[in-house]
Design a protein around this ligand. Structure first.
Ligand code: G1P
Length: 276
């Protein structure tokens, strides 16, 4: 039912400068795979067949990672799964004008009624892939879905924040969305995290949008416009989320995964104990 997923990956990664001067944040390593790998794996394990990458000049390494490499002949066991992982299409967003604008580049490619969006900075470790959790909720109660997580009050101004009420254990009926409010304007502490299920009609809404917060074409503004026609649900996912687009979040994601993996766990744990 949800067959395509858009991954916006055209941003500069200013929070991770100077590293991002030479390496896109999407290919920073989390242990031995790039950040983007975990997002692509989540998409594949959610039953989605095709990814539309929205990239910009300098981001070619993202696509190279999923290409065939001659190294497969010698190191097939480590590499073969990557080049056959999923079908990939890439589109260039030359002038970054915001998340809404980036997603709009998928317009000519998405022909299904609904599609998914995954923001790769948001790395989530969970038992069941978060997009799959959302797709299952969508099947039961169709509509727009946005993943949600409660954040601290001091952090609300870094996220889209929603207003509404719970109608199920994890499902929240959204009445309003406010992009990056000041703490005193925020209607809740429930923040939008980078997973969405959106209808194709969203593209028309984006086409007619004026620049919003920070002078950017905001996806939240387009969702707000369509909410009079299609119900908008938040989904409080099961999983542990890391914002790899900021320094502390990126380091924490590495520690978390290193402690999970058998080939790194003992040594890293010993080291952490020794310094604390
Ligand atoms: C975007 C969205 C925001 C959301 C966030 C999640 O903001 O506009 O609503 O909370 O992603 O990561 P960005 O972080 O791209 O500025």
């Amino acid at each position: 039912m949800i067959k395509k997923c858009i991954i916006p990956a055209a941003g500069i990664g200013s929070r991770m400068l100077p590293m991002t001067k030479i390496i896109p944040k999407e290919v920073f390593p989390v242990v031995d795979h790039p950040v983007i790998y975990y997002g692509v794996n989540e998409i594949k394990n959610s039953g989605i067949d095709e990814i539309i990458f929205i990239t910009s000049p300098g981001k070619e390494s993202i696509l190279n990672f999923f290409d065939y490499s001659h190294l497969e002949e010698k190191y097939g066991d480590k590499l073969k799964h990557l080049s056959s992982m999923i079908k990939i299409i890439s589109v260039r967003q030359i002038f970054p004008k915001g998340l809404g604008d980036a997603i709009n580049y998928g317009k000519g490619i998405v022909n299904e009624n609904y599609f998914a969006v995954l923001l790769p900075d948001d790395l989530i470790f969970s038992k069941k892939p978060v997009l799959l959790q959302m797709i299952e909720a969508f099947k039961e109660r169709p509509g727009i879905y946005i993943s949600l997580m409660e954040v601290e009050e001091k952090d609300v101004s870094s996220y889209g924040i929603v207003k509404g009420e719970f109608i199920d254990e994890r499902v929240f009926k959204i009445e309003d969305l406010i992009e990056k409010p000041e703490p005193e304007e925020a209607p809740s502490k429930l923040a939008i995290i980078g997973r969405y299920i959106l209808p194709r009609e969203i593209f028309n809404k984006i086409d007619n949008l004026e620049a919003g917060k920070k002078g950017e074409i905001q996806l939240t503004d387009a969702i707000k416009k369509i909410s009079t026609k299609i119900p908008v649900y938040g989904y409080v996912f099961e999983g542990e989320r890391f914002d790899t687009g900021n320094k502390a979040g990126f380091v924490k994601a590495n520690i978390r995964l290193a402690l999970e993996r058998e080939d790194t766990r003992d040594e890293v744990l010993k080291f952490i104990k020794s310094i604390s």
